[in-house]
Design a protein around this ligand. Structure first.
Ligand code: OAD
Length: 248
């Protein structure tokens, strides 16, 4: 384990272009539950019922009440953890160029990272399904569910539901970043949702070293990752940073 921490620090020290792909596991230590596994949202809800665009269109009241209202409370209060802070420091040191995140909580930007591709959109904004006006989530009045825009249209998170396309710019840039990376850190994702899970594959095929940080092994571990550092994101990043400091 210590060997792998040192190896990761050495790989980062040598790399010219580093990217990170993050998933729900990166935000668990900020109090945001993951989707899969123990305590995951999909243990409680069927994603096709609460996170598919067809379900939202059919019954926005249900989806707002079951999922979005709680999510708003959790995301409103969440603060960056050691993983987010460590990645921000890595950017400051010139050792991380871009984060591709599947998370919609905005915590990487709050920690200070400046180039964050929000692969599944963002929960920081809601948009009107009629006139496309965007309203900051923290300013949305949820005394009435679903909340409405001034034009009368229903508001929805500016995030990607199942059954929707990934924003084209996010997809295009992520592929480019993956192709250009010397090192890709893959942090806290089960890597089962496509096309996000393809990005480490693209990076690997383009010659990058893929370093996974996760308490569990994933579908990437055997064939795609060069190595897995088994552990929680915050502590693992802290230890890598301590080793990296000694090398720079
Ligand atoms: P998942 O919930 O599928 O996976 C979370 C991962 O975090 C698992 O591999 C855990 O082992 C790992 N994990 C748990 N605790 C951790 C910790 N302390 N530190 C680091 N890792 C930890 O989340 P995602 O892979 O992000 O999409 O899910 C991908 C997509 O599926 C989401 O963006 C969302 C969801 O359905 C949409 O809603 C479109």
């Amino acid at each position: 384990m210590d060997d792998l921490i040192q190896k990761a620090a050495a790989d980062l020290a040598q790399a010219k272009m580093v990217s990170a792909l993050t998933g729900a596991g990166a935000s668990i230590e900020s109090g945001i539950p993951p989707f899969r596994g123990k305590g995951g949202l999909w243990e409680k809800y069927d994603p096709m019922e609460v996170a598919h665009i067809d379900s939202f269109i059919q019954d926005p009241v249900k989806v707002w009440n079951l999922l979005i209202k709680d999510m708003k409370d959790i995301v409103d209060q969440a603060q960056p953890n050691d993983c987010h802070k460590g990645l921000a420091r890595l950017e400051e040191l010139g050792k991380l160029q871009t984060i591709i995140t599947q998370n919609i909580d905005g915590l990487h930007q709050m920690a200070g990272n400046t180039d964050v591709i929000e692969f599944h959109g963002t929960f920081a904004w809601q948009r009107c399904m009629e006139c496309n006006t965007h309203i900051e989530t923290r300013r949305v009045d949820i005394s009435e569910i679903p909340p409405h825009c001034q034009c009368g249209g229903i508001l929805r998170p500016n995030a990607v539901f199942f059954g929707e396309l990934i924003p084209q710019e996010a997809l295009w840039r992520s592929r480019q970043v993956a192709t250009d990376s010397d090192v890709m850190l893959v942090i806290g994702t089960s890597a089962v949702v496509q096309p996000a899970a393809l990005m480490p594959v693209v990076a690997k095929e383009s010659g990058a070293t893929v370093i996974e940080i996760n308490p569990e092994s994933t579908v990437l571990t055997n064939d795609i990752s060069d190595y897995l550092i088994k552990g929680p994101a915050g502590d693992t990043i802290n230890r890598i940073m301590a080793n990296l400091d000694a090398l720079l």
